[in-house]
Design a protein around this ligand. Structure first.
Ligand SMILES: [Zn+2]
Length: 288
């Protein structure tokens, strides 16, 4: 038989749990619109047409400070507060105007993007200034190089993820690095082979030349490689504990995410190197 004290604790626990659910149940009716648009919003947030916002839902939730379900009234209420604080129509719906503002803020967190917007392309460090990750840190044993301080922060971050989410420690693929420093000459060769320069007049300028960017294994859809930008792959990644932990915690270790690619993170603890050839050219945003 449960003790009186136990019943009291049980009652207290229920009372404590109730407000959290109540918070998620209170908010504008626009929650219903979010339930629909998460699978149907037609837009092109990164110059490529896509449908819905499942991929971005964890980052939106983090941005607006809501842990409620994406289609709940509480989520819509948190979004409405975020919109109001930025003088946007505060209806609580995820729409293109709101997301343009939010994604603009996400871009602004990335020093590399600010440099590119000013017309600069960071120089690549000398190979001797880079440090190798261990075999177990590289995806599939791949040898990858990073700036030493970025590698140290990565190690701290991965160790913290393992402590917080034990399942990530059980399979060493999680949060291993499948791409880090890439020499500009190698990127240029790949660009030519794959014909993916997208009309850039100046030589392609990937952030991976900085030695500060890492591509992390955060899951994959069945049959697709971890770096595939297929929408089904990106949606699968957005739902993994690895990606969701990063969204919540990576900033503590100095890492920011390129939202289109759940796997791509940039370390902000040191600045990219200055442009070695600061002649003006036509600047087109680069693929990561
Ligand atoms: Zn990348």
């Amino acid at each position: 038989m449960r003790s009186y004290k136990g019943l009291l604790l049980l009652a207290f626990g229920l009372a404590m749990a109730a407000p959290a659910q109540a918070v998620c149940d209170v908010g504008p009716e626009s929650a219903a619109a979010n339930s629909a648009s998460i699978a149907s919003l037609a837009w092109a947030p990164f110059r490529r047409a896509e449908t819905g916002w499942y991929v971005y839902a964890p980052r939106i939730a983090h941005e607006i400070g809501s842990s409620c379900a994406f289609g709940s009234r509480g989520f819509a209420a948190a979004l409405a507060r975020w919109q109001a604080a930025r003088q946007l129509p505060s209806h609580g719906r995820v729409d293109v105007l709101t997301m343009s503002a939010m994604i603009g803020g996400w871009h602004a967190q990335r020093p590399y993007v600010r440099l590119r917007a000013s017309g600069s392309c960071p120089a690549a460090p000398e190979l001797s200034a880079l440090a190798p990750a261990t075999i177990s840190e590289g995806y599939g044993g791949k040898l990858v190089l990073l700036r030493p301080a970025a590698l140290a922060s990565y190690r701290q971050m991965r160790a913290a993820a393992w402590r917080d989410v034990p399942v990530l420690a059980s399979d060493k693929r999680w949060l291993s690095i499948f791409s880090a420093f890439r020499a500009p000459v190698d990127d240029a060769a790949r660009c030519a082979i794959e014909q993916n320069c997208q009309g850039v007049v100046r030589a392609n300028c990937s952030v991976h030349r900085t030695g500060l960017a890492i591509d992390l294994y955060v899951g994959q859809a069945r049959g697709l490689p971890p770096e595939s930008s297929a929408d089904s792959n990106r949606i699968a990644m957005s739902r993994t504990p690895a990606y969701r932990w990063l969204v919540q915690n990576a900033a503590r270790f100095g890492f920011v995410n390129y939202a289109f690619e759940p796997w791509h993170w940039e370390w902000t603890g040191e600045a990219p190197l200055p442009d070695s050839d600061p002649s003006p050219g036509e600047m087109v945003p680069d693929a990561e």
